[in-house]
Design a protein around this ligand. Structure first.
Ligand SMILES: [Mg+2]
Length: 429
């Protein structure tokens, strides 16, 4: 018998604003926004629920927000505070289950399936306890959506905001989907919505009824994913990257935590076999850089960012070595991926004794999430993201590689990079 899973998505309400209110309670109950820098043409990173009736929302330029709501309180962001409170939330969540997946700074998936009997409670009751703990201990309002999988949990969290706890069980998903506009499903953006409209898809249930052949024909391989989404099917597990900190509180409730294996999860990667085996670190690093840039550009083309970076090398005698590392904030930035990848390479390929010659280098990024799910938090991160967008725009106009980092030049000399490709020859991905 298949057991029904109880998956929750915890989402902090107006998280950045709520954090600022923890630091300064005078901000409570007022229309307020958080921006990175109040002096410039800054973008609203978060708006309090009191500001939203004025039409103030995330992504708006500050002066527009001020015009919409003249009494608006503007607060400059304190990323270190948000990261601290995020890790405090995570600590509390580990008291409730052995499966916690922080999917962003203020969102976490929880698998409650194994602890219902431990707590002698249903998922909603546990959800309310979690909510109460976070509110009492940290002063932060949160919402929990609960369902048989992550897709449903995410949808319900959106419907239950703010300060809600709402569950839909598997038998009631179909009725819910009849009422759910398709764009409410996580992963259906406005472009996908526009592409689905001519096929007669308005609700999530419409998507589920569409023959998969139609979806495969129109959207290629993701046709199956779309079909499953429309049927409320999502088999992706709650993954605790790096596993539980400390011993389990729930012995026997969950099998040993799986580690993330890149082949198993969705990942984006590039590998390259060198024309000649080499033990020259300069050349290997340059290839690693080039591959990191390519992976980053592909992530950005798919509007994705990832948190686990994996490096594979194959030596001249066909030993294949691989290792991965997790970073705290998802990235789609080449130099950042390279920075991590180079650290991993240095562990895999030690210079002492003299390292073996290498014939293949690979970099992949997994544990993917939508790239702009979270506006860039740190000023440096924002500048990098803007620069990446600019480089992508220039390269799409003048040919891929028209602008490229100097660090990849040794690899080009080694003969792997073709000259800039004119835009019309680009693959469409
Ligand atoms: Mg939130």
């Amino acid at each position: 018998m298949r057991i029904e899973h109880s998956i929750a998505l915890l989402d902090a309400d107006a998280f950045f604003v709520a954090c600022e209110r923890v630091a300064d309670p005078r901000l409570g109950g007022r229309p307020a926004v958080v921006v990175a820098d109040a002096k410039r043409r800054s973008v609203v990173l978060a708006a309090s629920y009191e500001a939203r009736p004025f039409g103030v929302k995330t992504g708006m330029v500050l002066h527009e927000a001020r015009r919409a709501c003249p009494t608006l309180t503007v607060v400059e962001s304190h990323p270190a505070l948000y990261l601290h409170l995020s890790s405090e939330i995570e600590k509390i969540l580990w008291d409730f289950t052995d499966r916690v997946e922080m999917s962003s700074v203020d969102e976490a998936y929880l698998d409650l399936t194994g602890v219902l009997s431990y707590f002698h409670a249903d998922a909603v009751t546990i959800g309310r306890r979690i909510q109460a703990r976070i509110t009492q201990d940290l002063g932060l309002p949160v919402t929990l959506g609960i369902g048989p999988n992550k897709l449903i949990a995410k949808l319900l969290a959106d419907l239950a905001k703010p300060e809600g706890v709402r569950e839909v069980r598997a038998p009631d998903v179909a009725a819910l989907f009849e009422q759910t506009p398709v764009e409410k499903l996580c992963g259906i953006g406005s472009r996908m919505q526009a592409a689905l409209a001519p096929l007669g898809v308005k609700t999530a249930a419409d998507l589920g009824r569409l023959p998969v052949e139609v979806l495969l024909d129109r959207f290629g391989v993701i046709g199956w994913t779309l079909k499953h989404m429309g049927q409320g099917i999502d088999h992706s597990p709650v993954r605790s990257i790096g596993g539980r900190p400390g011993p389990t509180r729930f012995p026997g409730r969950y099998v040993a935590d799986e580690t993330v294996i890149p082949d198993e999860v969705k990942s984006i990667g590039h590998a390259h076999t060198l024309q000649t085996d080499t033990a020259d670190p300069g050349i290997v690093h340059s290839f690693l850089f080039l591959l990191s840039e390519k992976v980053a550009a592909r992530l950005r083309r798919h509007d994705l960012a990832g948190r686990v970076i994996h490096v594979t090398i194959r030596t001249a005698d066909f030993d294949t070595l691989g290792k991965q590392r997790k970073i705290s904030i998802p990235t789609s930035n080449g130099p950042e991926i390279y920075g991590v990848a180079r650290g991993i390479l240095n562990e895999l390929w030690r210079p002492n004794p003299p390292p073996p010659a290498i014939r293949l280098v690979g970099v992949s990024v997994s544990y993917l999430s939508p790239r702009n799910a979270q506006p860039p938090l740190l000023p440096a991160e924002r500048r990098r993201s803007d620069l990446d967008d600019l480089v992508d725009r220039i390269n799409s106009r003048h040919g891929r590689g028209a602008i490229r980092p100097a660090a990849q030049l040794p690899a080009e000399k080694f003969g792997i990079l073709t000259p800039p490709i004119p835009p019309h020859q680009h693959d469409s991905r």
